[in-house]
Design a protein around this ligand. Sequence first.
Ligand SMILES: Nc1nc2c(c(=O)[nH]1)N[C@H]1C(S)=C(S)[C@@H](COP(=O)(O)O)O[C@H]1N2
Ligand SMILES: [Mo]
Length: 335
Amino acid sequence: MLIKTRTDIPASEITPEPVYRARRDFMRGAMSAAALGLGAIAAPPLFAAPAHVARGEGRGPDWLRAQIAAADENTRALGETLTPFEHVTSYNNFYEFGQGKTDPADKADALTTDPWSVEIAGEVAKPGVYPLEDVLKGMDLEERVYRLRCVEAWSMVIPWIGFPLAALLQRVEPTSKAKYVAFETLVRPAEMPAQRSRFSTIDWPYREGLRLDEAMHPLTLMAVGLYGKTLPNQNGAPLRLVVPWKYGFKSIKSIVKIVLTEREPKTTWNMMQPREYGFYANVNPEVDHPRWSQASERRLPSGLFRPNIIPTRLFNGYAEEVAHLYKGMDLTRYY
Ligand SMILES: Nc1nc2c(c(=O)[nH]1)N[C@H]1C(S)=C(S)[C@@H](COP(=O)(O)O)O[C@H]1N2
Ligand SMILES: [Mo]
């Protein structure tokens, strides 16, 4: 089926979450109907979501696609319109592939993500280099719909599939000295063009970090999929962090290393522009970025005639769940 992709889809044409859900149930029904030999069923006309969005699709190993297809559905609904798959996967920040919003979608196909392993080191009782299959072994995957708010003042609503980071950290048994968790993205200049560019200002690898209590918070997700599929490379395949109450740059992609530390780790954007990007980076409409306001955001898809500007919420709307983590802290100082 051919689907026209536009950047200015009117709000009325965006698939609302219940419709995506209903369509998925329908597809499952259709699949079992086909298995029973009941023949073809005509697709309902409502769906703007593309035909290729079906459970367990995407690149990546068979075992991972099967595990994703079996994920618990929609464990956290928001009641907000999902950003269409096309936008989630074509408007990205992944500086290893360039600074343009379409560079990741254009270039990240070159990244090999299988085999993949994650080194877990530092203040843990069970350090090691864990193949991705071992990381995922026995993990119950769940689908979670989260807002993603970039510090550049655009936002999306994305149905991720993953597992709580806490489940992984508990397995490796942090020691009593562990206070922070540091993350690193893959360095592979042969497949990541900006890593071989002389003009790159980033000191690779891309690095991020969380305080241990933030990392253990039940909202903090390790994602392996979105929209029921394995993560597209441009979204950080095969394994990325998603911290929904923080600016998007904290949600580091294509993770190969996790280190538990005693001290606050160095993080990429903070190293480059400490005045502009803090370690905490909690979404906060009252603390402006030095060069622009954070009071509102463009909820994608956003077009010239339908900018779709909405107010930004403290902790990206997750204050009830996370505000206690920052009790007594001056959020204008720890931005
Ligand atoms: N390794 C790595 N991770 C990264 C980035 C990056 O450039 N490299 N960009 C960050 C930024 S600024 C944002 S807003 C989100 C974007 O995630 P998305 O492209 O899946 O929407 O990824 C974050 N993770
Ligand atoms: Mo971002």
